[in-house]
Ligand binder design. Sequence first.
Ligand code: MRU
Length: 340
Amino acid sequence: MQTLHTTSLQVRDNQLWILDQQALPQQKNWLDASSVEALVSHIHALRVRGAPLIGLSASLLLALLAENGLPKNQLTQALEILRAARPTAVNLMNNLDRMKQALLQENFVDALSAEALRLVEEDKALCDSIAQAGSERVAPGSRILTHCNTGGLATAGVGTAIGVIALAFQQGKVEQVWVDETRPLLQGGRLTAWELTELGIPNRLICDSMAAALIAQKQVDAIWVGADRIAANGDVANKIGTYSLAVLARYHHIPFYVAAPHTTLDPHCPNGSAIPIEQRAASEVTGVSGSFGQLQWAPENAQVWNPAFDVTPAELISGWVLDSGVVTPEEVAAGYFQPR
Ligand code: MRU
């Protein structure tokens, strides 16, 4: 396969490499992800993460395994193992459904390679379209709050919510971005704060628990987040903590936007309660780990509840900003996301 470079994925010498998102921003380590076991382990550990990026990494690996001679029956097994690597972000399943079609073709090696590269190129274009559509919704002088990480690290392109913010900033409309640190894995504090600074966008970090007080002091004009799955009724699964921001936005009368590509839509999922929510290890809540090492502050054997995502009901969302444009609450209520 041809050499490929995105912010956090590389293909070179027929091998897949990922930028370790658990070590960022202190260390920039590229890790080999050229086997199913390696990539699944990176996905479980969130060394590769973000809904679009998970799907793209799995698709690229499948294509590389085919080019490196893995027979069709083992590619089918590999596809199913990759598909189950994380349950909530539907981009993984949607991308692999397309790869499955390619695998059915007689010349499946070329077909898988072409499809994986097409998915990467499409994702870049989807990000650009989301940014265009979303930036029109950003008012001049905006102070925007965002959650988790939705930028170039999480996609092949400029990102989703961060892509919108970056374009609106270039248009002179963003005064400042408030970055929720995003406990327990700190994607905001580690990744978004770093990415925004690299992009030259003024940003200020807060702990998640500070958002309510900040919004009450009228320091936030709009909230922009990404999505891991959008159900047919418009309910959205995204990083844990998103729902509380949506409730805050409604109470304080500020807009709450969700930015995502169409690969995040799941028309066959009727509503948010049908979205599988990944439960994660207690150690993520009892302490923290990263490039700085591992710490535990909770008592030994503390009981923990650690869902990786929550569901924001459609009624709290001001607009779903897709690559095709902004979908309004009225359109969603009229069945816009229902299966066609
Ligand atoms: O657990 P993560 O870090 O993969 O969760 C990521 C998010 O929740 C993002 O908001 C979402 O995947 C969109 S990324 C463009």
